[in-house]
Ligand binder design. Structure first.
Ligand SMILES: Cc1ncc(C[n+]2csc(CCOP(=O)(O)OP(=O)(O)O)c2C)c(N)n1
Ligand code: SF4
Ligand SMILES: [Mg+2]
Length: 336
C-alpha cells in the first residue's frame, strides 16, 4: 500500500554552535588501517558525526575504501557500501532514488535518511566527474557527494591526479637530473567548476578538517538543504605529501592561510568566503606559499624559481580571478 505520508524532506541539522556543542557519539570508530596522521580518515569521522545515525554512506575505491574495510574489519557504524572508483555520483543518485521509491510504495517507513557518497580526487575530480555532474542535475533526489582530496591516487602508491599541485613529486612525476619539474599542470578547480556549471545544485562548499567545527557544519548544511550537493575537502596525506604525521593539522591550516586552498560555499548561486579565507578577502595578508610547500617532501626539489612561480599563480587566483579562489575568468588579459 502506498505511503501517502511520503515527503521529500531532509533532516534539519542545525549547526553545532562551538566545539562543546558537538555530539559525543561516533559512527566511524576503531578498525580502520589508515596511515598515522591520515587527514582523510578524520574527514570520514567528522563527516558522519555531523550527519548522525540515520545516514547511509557509500564510498568509491581508494584509501578510504581499502584501508577502512580490510578483511572482516570496519570502522563504520552506519550502513556502508563500496562502489566502483568512478561511481560515487551514480551510487548517490541510485541510493537516493531507491530509498524514495521504497518509501513511496510504503515498503519502508517514510523518513529522511541522509545519503552521502564519498570519493577521492582520482575517483571524483578525474574518473567519476561525469557521474557526479549527472547527479548534480537531479534536484528531486537528496544526496551529498564529498570528495576527499589527498591530491593523488594514493591507494595505488601516489600517482598524480588532476588534483595534484604543480610540480609535486609523485610516482608519475619524480624530479630528475634532466627535468626538475615533471608535473607542469595547475590543479583542477573542481568545486568552482561544479558550482558554476550546475544550476540545479543548491549547495557546493570547500572544507578543511583543520577547522573541524566549520567543516562539520558545512556537511550539516548540505544535508539540510538537500537536492544534490557537493563538498570538496583538502586532506593532508603524510605518505603522499611526505611529511611527519604530526604536521597534518598545521598543513591543513597553512593551505588556507597561504591562500592555496580557499574556503567558500556557494548557496543558491551566492558565493560566501568563510573562516580565515574571509579574513584574507577582507585584507588580511596571506602567508607566503613557501611556508606550506617546504614542509612537504614532495616539493623538496623546488628551486627559488619554482617557488616564485607557484606564488605567482596563487597571487593571480586572488588578484585577478573574477571571484577570488572560485571563478577563474578574467575580464581581459593584460596586453589584449
Ligand atoms: C576502474 C578502476 N581503475 C583503477 C583502479 C585501481 N585503483 C584503486 S584505488 C585507486 C586510486 C584512487 O585514487 P583516489 O580516488 O584519489 O583515492 P585515494 O586512493 O587517493 O584515497 C586506483 C587507481 C580501480 N579500482 N578501478
Ligand atoms: S596514503 Fe594518505 S590518504 Fe591513504 S591512508 Fe595513508 S595518509 Fe591516508
Ligand atoms: Mg586521492
Amino acid at each position: 500500500m502506498a505511503d501517502t505520508a511520503f515527503t521529500n524532506a531532509t533532516q534539519i541539522l542545525e549547526p553545532f554552535k562551538g566545539v562543546k556543542k558537538v555530539t559525543i557519539e561516533e559512527y566511524f570508530t576503531s578498525g580502520h588501517r589508515t596511515c598515522q596522521g591520515c587527514e582523510s580518515a578524520l574527514v570520514m569521522k567528522l563527516m558522519v558525526k555531523a550527519a548522525g545515525p540515520r545516514t547511509i554512506v557509500l564510498g568509491s575505491t581508494g584509501c578510504m575504501y581499502v584501508a577502512n574495510t580490510t578483511y572482516y574489519t570496519t570502522p563504520w557504524v552506519v550502513p556502508w557500501m563500496h562502489t566502483q572508483l568512478g561511481s560515487s555520483g551514480s551510487a548517490a543518485l541510485g541510493t537516493a532514488a531507491g530509498l524514495k521509491a521504497l518509501m513511496k510504495k510504503g515498503k519502508m517507513k517514510s523518513e529522511p535518511i541522509n545519503v552521502i557518497a564519498f570519493c577521492g580526487d582520482g575517483g571524483g575530480a578525474d574518473m567519476g566527474l561525469g557521474a557526479i555532474s549527472a547527479t548534480l542535475t537531479h534536484k528531486e533526489y537528496n544526496s551529498l557527494i564529498l570528495m576527499y582530496d589527498n591530491e593523488s591516487y594514493a591507494n595505488t602508491d601516489i600517482q598524480l591526479s588532476g588534483s595534484t599541485p604543480y610540480g609535486a613529486n609523485t610516482t608519475f612525476s619524480p624530479p630528475g637530473t634532466v627535468k626538475n619539474i615533471l608535473h607542469t599542470r595547475w590543479k583542477k578547480n573542481t568545486a568552482g567548476m561544479l558550482a558554476a556549471g550546475h544550476p540545479e545544485c543548491r549547495y557546493v562548499a570547500t572544507v578543511d578538517a583543520s577547522y573541524a567545527v566549520e567543516m562539520m557544519n558545512k556537511v550539516r548544511k548540505a544535508l539540510t538543504i538537500g537536492g544534490p550537493t557537493f563538498i570538496h575537502s583538502l586532506d593532508p596525506c603524510p605518505k603522499g605529501w611526505d611529511y611527519d604525521p604530526m604536521l597534518s593539522h598545521e598543513l591543513g591550516e597553512l593551505a588556507v592561510e597561504t591562500g592555496v586552498f580557499p574556503l567558500y560555499e556557494v548557496e543558491d548561486g551566492v558565493v560566501r568566503h568563510y573562516g580565515k579565507t574571509k579574513a584574507i578577502v577582507e585584507g588580511r595578508p596571506r602567508k607566503p606559499v613557501r611556508e606550506y610547500l617546504l614542509k612537504q617532501g614532495r616539493f623538496a626539489h623546488f628551486t627559488e624559481q619554482d617557488l616564485d612561480y607557484f606564488q605567482s599563480k596563487v597571487d593571480e587566483m586572488w588578484d585577478k580571478w573574477e571571484i577570488p579562489g572560485v571563478i577563474p575568468f578574467w575580464k581581459e588579459r593584460p596586453g589584449n
